[in-house]
Design a protein around this ligand. Structure first.
Ligand SMILES: Nc1ncnc2c1ncn2[C@@H]1O[C@H](COP(=O)(O)OP(=O)(O)OP(=O)(O)O)[C@@H](O)[C@H]1O
Length: 250
């Protein structure tokens, strides 16, 4: 994992990537660039004898990077991702420091979006219907025409126009969009919030190599627009490995 070796000092974020710096992405939207730094993260499962799952994990993810948390199965990739997001902890205790955008005041939930491994869609909706519902919730307050415009830009950015009117479906039960399209639809939903930091748990798992490559290209493009991307990846192909900006291993 990035900087997880014992005694590795926390790298300090360069001034250019601290809070307040903006980039304009390919759809013309301003993205607030934010560095995410973590220091001395320790995760334990409390019990008669505490079980230490992660200890002294340090790392840094900067805007325009796709940072992968790598390690063998059970190494603690998902646990670290959850610890950084402060969610899905299921009884685990986390200590250590997470600094967002150089400030200890910002809350990670306010500036980030999370693409989880499992898809949570209504299978009978089309891609466009799903995004319109999400847009109505996440962009409440905007005019319907503005929501439509934003959804159009995001569908364009994520290559979703081809399946705009396809049913989402349910894997193995009701044929719908492909696994890669479903992943990109999950990313599209969180992009409605224009997050500075995007977390993804195993985004390429279950995708064939072509779809995995397409998704990674999409993530690289989102990062190039000023976002900070942090994901877990289990056994990436060498092509995907070479697309990652920073990689850590246990
Ligand atoms: N809520 C929990 N309670 C107890 N143990 C947990 C909990 N969450 C995770 N663990 C344990 O922590 C270790 C790391 O789990 P984690 O899921 O983070 O690994 P991983 O690197 O993401 O693995 P994989 O690649 O197989 O998904 C495992 O031994 C797991 O059993």
């Amino acid at each position: 994992m990035p900087g997880s070796e014992e005694g590795t000092p926390l790298l300090s974020a360069p001034a250019s990537s601290q809070r307040g710096s903006y980039a304009t992405n390919s759809s013309g939207e301003d993205v607030v660039q934010m560095t995410l730094a973590w220091h001395g993260i320790r995760v334990t499962k409390p019990g008669p004898v505490d079980r230490v799952i992660l200890d002294n994990i340090n790392g840094l993810a900067e805007p325009k990077q796709v940072v992968a948390l790598m390690g063998a199965s059970g190494a603690g990739k998902t646990t670290l991702l959850n610890a950084l997001m402060g969610r899905n902890l299921n009884g685990l205790e986390v200590t250590g420091e997470t600094i967002i955008g150089g400030s200890s005041e910002l809350k990670i939930g306010d500036v980030s979006g999370y693409v989880q491994q499992e898809e949570l869609f209504l299978p009978t909706l089309t891609v466009y219907e799903h995004l319109m519902i999400q847009g109505g919730i996440r962009l409440a307050g905007l005019k319907k025409s503005d929501i439509k415009q934003r959804i159009s830009e995001i569908m364009d950015e994520l290559g979703l126009f081809k399946c705009r009117d396809s049913i989402i479906g349910l894997s193995g039960i009701k044929k719908g969009i492909s696994g890669g399209e479903a992943k990109r639809l999950m990313v599209a939903s969180i992009l409605l919030d224009n997050p500075s930091i995007i977390f993804l748990d195993e985004p390429t798992t279950g995708l064939d190599s072509h779809m995995a490559q397409y998704l990674m290209n999409t993530l690289k493009r989102l990062a190039a627009g000023g976002r900070t991307i942090v994901c877990t990846i289990h056994q990436p192909s060498s092509r995907i490995f070479n697309m990652l900006d920073v990689v850590g291993r246990n």
